[in-house]
Write a protein that binds this ligand. Sequence first.
Ligand code: FMN
Length: 201
Amino acid sequence: MAGKPRVAVILGSTRPTRFIDKPAAWLMDLVRAYGKWDVELLDLRDFDLPFFDEMASNLWMPSQNPKAVAWQDKLATFDGFIFVTPEYNRSITGALKNALDQAYKEWVRKPAAVFGYGATGGARAVEHLRTIAIELQMVPIRHGIHLQGADFMAVHPMGGNGEMKDVEAHLKPGADAMLDDLDWWLNATMAARAEDRRAAA
Ligand SMILES: Cc1cc2nc3c(=O)[nH]c(=O)nc-3n(C[C@H](O)[C@H](O)[C@H](O)COP(=O)(O)O)c2cc1C
């Protein structure tokens, strides 16, 4: 099997006053300490994606917009994904949905984990994202991280604005299970995709 799995941590919020940087920084430290993957943070702000305006998804025909193609080319370099997402009106953000729509082939047969935050730990956004991931032929995994309720308010700037380490003990069991689950699926899908490439050669 080729090298270490490559995992992208994708940030689901782009607004100027976003909170996401705090939980994302905590997650990046955790994933780097886990040490099994090459990890890169993908901030949707850096990709400046237009609203989807292609003839079809790139499953059917190549995309025309160079920014969409750049996004797809970047995604193609990864073996799996961890989405960090808030909950906007019981779903993911429009920015993240658009970024998901702007690729297809690059998501297929790769595992996806989710770190949600909000009053209910982003539970409804996380479930919605898992359903979207199924349509994109990802492998959404069961375990995830939910920063919720009093913990969410303890670290959010509109609440206590505390440090992530203050609530870490509550997040760690889910996080550890998520990392191990994602690692299993990364190895399984990488091996299976390599076998597909061999068979097609
Ligand atoms: C448009 C909008 C809709 C929201 N809807 C929800 C919601 O459905 N559930 C929830 O728990 N929080 C909701 N919130 C509060 C967010 O959890 C909170 O603003 C959080 O900081 C958003 O993440 P961000 O700052 O990284 O963008 C909403 C916030 C916005 C701006």
